[in-house]
Design a protein around this ligand. Structure first.
Ligand SMILES: [Zn+2]
Length: 114
């Protein structure tokens, strides 16, 4: 990561840390939302039960996205420790600081980004 100054890496590492904490908080909320739906036959009608099952489907999608992001952040932290942070895992080129500021967890440069 020769193209990044030590200060820039420190800034991005702090960003990663903040993202990680934020993600951990929202993942806890998601997990709570995924607790089994209580089927209260008397108070809750059939429609609202379908509603809450649909909501759980959406929440499950959210959880998948959160888990994918968590994996990216953890991998980015590992690249910081390995000294390869800021290097594109696809082409080995430098990832611009401006891109890392927006996506500190990104493993690829803009050209290799899907
Ligand atoms: Zn690349």
């Amino acid at each position: 990561m020769d193209h990044l100054t030590r200060e820039q890496v420190a800034t991005l590492t702090a960003d990663l840390d903040r993202e990680l904490r934020k993600l951990e908080r929202s993942m806890r909320t998601t997990e709570e939302a995924l607790r089994p739906v209580k089927l209260d036959q008397t108070a809750v009608g059939r429609l609202s039960r379908i509603d809450s099952l649909q909501n759980q489907g959406l929440t499950r999608n959210l959880q998948e996205r959160e888990q994918a992001k968590l994996g990216q952040i953890v991998a980015a932290v590992q690249r910081v420790e390995a000294g390869t942070y800021g290097t594109c895992v696809e082409c080995g080129g430098a990832i611009r600081f401006e891109r890392l500021e927006v996506f500190p967890e990104t493993p690829t440069c803009a050209a290799c980004s899907p």
